[in-house]
Ligand binder design. Structure first.
Ligand SMILES: C[S@@+](CC[C@H](N)C(=O)[O-])C[C@H]1O[C@@H](n2cnc3c(N)ncnc32)[C@H](O)[C@@H]1O
Length: 253
């Protein structure tokens, strides 16, 4: 999964937001940054390029992501870590960054409390989370394809996980419950550019947990053909440009 994620999804979906988050990080001029849910290291690479003097510790729950990430962004110190049980002492970082990871944490208040613990007093937590599914044109098209392929019981990963933590008021309440003061919250829409809609569909079907959901339901090649057909009907064959909306939060410990 990490290879397909890196090849098909990172350049289109994740890099534009990583460039934004790296610029916001550099503007805060931190010295010791902890990155959570770093995946294959797209934000890590942008951070190292944008703020070369910053010491970056990059982590992810998934060992396979850590292996690929450490090869792609070797300038960071890489370590496997669950955001809800961070293997770091109190107060050792002045900024924690996380790109599109918080929606995966089963208990956000517990994870945010851990993040608060590892930040020095006044340290910052900078992260983004997707807006509702309907604000992400690529994933609306993907979900329509999955619903066509599986009219009964379609996979619901995208509406419920990546786009399942999309109410800024809920995010702000969770941050407050963990002891943070919300300093800033912005809605940000960036354009994703995909050379090929079929390539993008392949990325979603093989580089995300949708892969397992499709395997459980059977007949992968037929599903792939249906999803590509539906996504192409909605987006065109590519190149295609489409809007993607996220919220960016900055909170102080
Ligand atoms: C959508 S990916 C984002 C990866 C990367 N930040 C990027 O922008 O490409 C979500 C990541 O969250 C990680 N993850 C899921 N649950 C986690 C947890 N409890 N603690 C740390 N990372 C977690 C996954 O392994 C995955 O790499």
């Amino acid at each position: 999964m990490p290879d397909a994620y890196e090849q098909y999804l990172v350049p289109v979906i994740f890099r534009p937001f990583a460039e934004d988050l790296a610029a916001r990080t550099a503007a805060l001029a931190p010295a010791h940054v902890l990155e959570l849910a770093a995946g294959t290291g797209v934000l890590t690479s942008c951070l190292l390029a944008t703020a070369p003097s910053v010491e970056v510790t990059a982590t992810d729950l998934n060992e396979a992501m850590v292996t690929l990430g450490s090869a792609r962004a070797p300038g960071a110190v890489w370590r496997q870590a669950d955001a809800q049980r961070l293997p770091f002492p109190d107060g050792g970082f002045d900024l924690v960054a996380c790109q599109f990871g918080v929606m995966f944490f089963p208990d956000r208040v517990e994870a945010f409390s851990e993040i608060h613990r590892v930040l020095a007093p006044g340290g910052r937590f900078l992260f983004n989370t997707w807006g509702p599914l309907e604000t992400h044109s690529f994933e609306v098209a993907l979900q329509a394809g999955l619903e066509r392929a599986f009219p009964v019981d379609p996979p619901r990963f995208f509406p419920t996980v990546p786009h399942g933590y999309s109410d800024p008021a809920v995010v702000a309440a969770d941050l407050s419950a963990a002891g943070f003061a919300v300093e800033d919250e912005q809605e940000l829409t960036l354009q994703g550019r995909a050379a090929s809609t079929a390539g993008l569909a392949t990325g979603y079907l093989t580089g995300t947990p949708v892969r397992t959901a499709v395997e459980e339901r059977g007949d992968g090649p037929a599903v792939r053909a249906t999803v590509i057909e539906e996504m192409t009907a909605r987006l065109g064959p590519g190149p295609v440009t489409a809007p993607m909306t996220a919220y960016v939060f900055l909170a102080a410990a």
